[in-house]
Design a protein around this ligand. Structure first.
Ligand code: ADP
Ligand code: MG
Length: 260
């Protein structure tokens, strides 16, 4: 068995991809076999892991639309134990192409089901929308990890996300859980972010991870080197935070899904 976790928030720029890359790396470092599926047409997770567009022969687009076997689209990354299904720009047309499919909400679920067991943890980096790509991720996933940026409007949009989760549970995937909400871009010197963090904790309670991801320039530099921050600079505050987050995440994984 394996667990599939989608990293979702329809807001852009909240730290989904940064979290996907670095949590995936931290999990792989613990010896787990990890697969990251890049489901964002922008392909930031693929680029951030150093997979050049010329190396992306098959992508998540082909898995979703052409039903290419998922293993055929897998490429190895420079991180031992971490594999990637890259995305290509074709994926930007997939939302519209999927509309014409009978199984439009279940394409990714079918592909992932066929390969469960090959990886201990499958992460999906979602695009910044609640369209069919994200819905495919929510149908395929056991759980969601939701990054929330520490800014004034942090909670705005969350109710829309939660409503979508509720609909997916009712119609397609009753077991879909929220494994946790992670506060990102936390700035200790800024009183507003402290206030936002405590407000979010007051509203959402224990679903919020204790670990907060600080605003850290090393996290934003690393992708331009095609490396996870955890490899680019494993001692920076951002890397340390992602290691702590991965530890908390592992503690929340259902035991029957992933062997300890
Ligand atoms: P999303 O995938 O939700 O759109 P990203 O992970 O791509 O968000 O982050 C948006 C931008 O912010 C990127 O340029 C990224 O490098 C930067 N970034 C993300 N997290 C942090 C952080 N904790 N500190 C500093 N920069 C960050
Ligand atoms: Mg992204």
């Amino acid at each position: 068995m394996s667990i599939c976790i989608a990293i979702a928030n329809q807001k852009g720029g909240v730290g989904k991809t940064t979290s996907a890359i670095n949590v995936a790396t931290a999990l792989a470092a613990t010896g787990k076999r990890v697969l990251l599926i890049d489901l964002d047409p922008q392909g930031n997770a693929s680029t951030g892991l150093g997979v050049h567009p010329s190396e992306r022969k098959l992508s998540s687009y082909h898995v979703l639309i052409d039903r290419a076997p998922l293993p055929d689209a897998v490429v190895a990354t420079r991180v031992p134990g971490l594999d990637l299904v890259p995305s290509t720009v074709d994926l930007s047309g997939a939302e519209i192409e999927l509309v014409g499919f009978d199984g439009r909400t279940h394409q990714l679920d079918q592909a992932v089901r066929a390969v469960r067991g090959r990886w201990d943890i499958i992460l999906i980096d979602c695009p910044p929308s609640l369209g069919l790509l994200t819905i495919n991720a929510m149908v395929a996933a056991d759980a969601l990890l939701v990054p929330l940026q520490c800014e004034f409007f942090a909670l705005e949009g969350l109710s829309q996300l939660l409503t979508t989760v509720e609909r997916i549970r009712e119609r397609f995937n009753p077991g879909l859980s929220i494994i946790g909400v992670v506060l990102t871009m936390f700035d200790r010197r800024n009183r507003l972010t402290e206030q936002v963090a405590s407000d979010v904790r007051a509203v959402l309670g224990r679903v919020v991870f204790d670990t907060v991801i600080p605003r850290n320039v090393r996290l934003s530099e690393a992708p331009s080197h095609g490396l996870p921050a955890l490899i680019y600079d494993h001692r920076c505050s951002g890397s340390e935070a992602y290691i702590a987050l991965a530890r908390e995440l592992i503690a929340r994984l259902p035991r029957e899904k992933v062997a300890a």
